[in-house]
Design a protein around this ligand. Structure first.
Ligand code: NAP
Length: 246
């Protein structure tokens, strides 16, 4: 129970990697504050976790809306008294070649993936500052490091998240707060299930381990970064990609 009495806020927590992070932290004793855009899905996850004996609270919020982010953060602090870990995980794709990319596809991807993380980090940091303790993990992507055909908006947002994390890490390091990124490769979730069989096959060929990752394999690395074993790690990007990018 390494996270007994800790509170972890996870965005995009109602499925995929976010849900796996919530379960992993809950199993380690944390109270998990689940944030996502659709309350219905969130409530189902919260009751599934509660059935496992995990303390889970669900808040509906759009990470791109700073007023909703502030409201959720304040409510969570009021009810739980603290937020020890913030996991900025909510993310979307709107793939297209750059020449055909609509302005709204650029804005929505950068809005959720990058501004959403800015909104939550700014809101939660205030509390971590006074507590002189905190762990922030931002979920970037292998695509932010190597680029990807048809994903210039997504790659820019995920690369931006790395620069953002390193900058904030420098600003808060003396306050007992660490900020790191996890960059997953190809993980089996609804985000990747949308890709055609051909694209999935092409990905498998460039993954030395010849398999896709599991959400829990990302969640365990996030857990490590929030543990005391990672107390001296900040401003880093940890790749979880089966060797796809080295
Ligand atoms: P996912 O299954 O699509 O889950 C993302 C969650 O974020 C969904 O529940 C989604 O809700 C929610 N969300 C979307 N927009 C939101 C908003 N504005 N406010 C609040 N929540 C919002 O994705 P995933 O595969 O688990 O990915 C999780 C993170 O890992 C993302 O940041 C993704 O970019 C990153 N990542 C994933 C992979 C991979 O292979 N899967 C690889 C590298 C990085 P709705 O579905 O209701 O819109």
């Amino acid at each position: 129970m390494i996270f007994k009495e800790k509170v972890t806020l996870i965005t995009g927590a109602s499925q995929g990697i976010g849900e796996a992070i919530a379960e992993e932290f809950g199993r380690a004793g944390a109270t998990v504050v689940l944030v996502d855009i659709q309350k219905g899905k969130l409530d189902q996850v919260a009751s599934r976790l509660a059935g496992m004996g995990i303390r889970a609270i669900a808040y509906e919020a759009d990470v791109t809306k700073s007023s909703q982010v502030t409201e959720v953060t304040e409510e969570a602090i009021k009810s739980q008294g603290r937020i020890d870990h913030l996991i900025n995980n909510a993310g979307i794709t709107r793939d297209s070649l750059l020449l055909r990319m609509k302005e709204e596809d650029w804005d929505s991807v950068v809005g959720v993936n990058l501004k959403g993380s800015f909104n939550f980090t700014r809101a939660v940091l205030k509390h971590m500052f006074s507590a002189r303790y905190g762990r922030i993990v931002n979920i970037s992507s292998v695509v932010g490091l190597m680029g990807n055909f048809g994903q210039s908006n997504y790659a820019a947002s995920k690369a931006g998240l790395i620069g953002f994390s390193k900058s904030v890490a420098r600003e808060v390091a003396t306050r007992g707060i660490t900020v790191n990124c996890v960059a997953p490769g190809y993980i089996g979730t609804s985000m990747t299930e949308k890709l055609s069989q051909d694209v999935q096959k092409a990905f498998l060929e460039i993954i030395p381990m010849r398999r896709f990752g599991l959400p829990v394999e990302v969640a365990r690395v996030v857990k490590f970064l929030c543990s005391e074993d990672a107390a001296y790690i900040t401003g880093q990007v940890i790749n979880v990609n089966g060797g796809m990018y080295m």
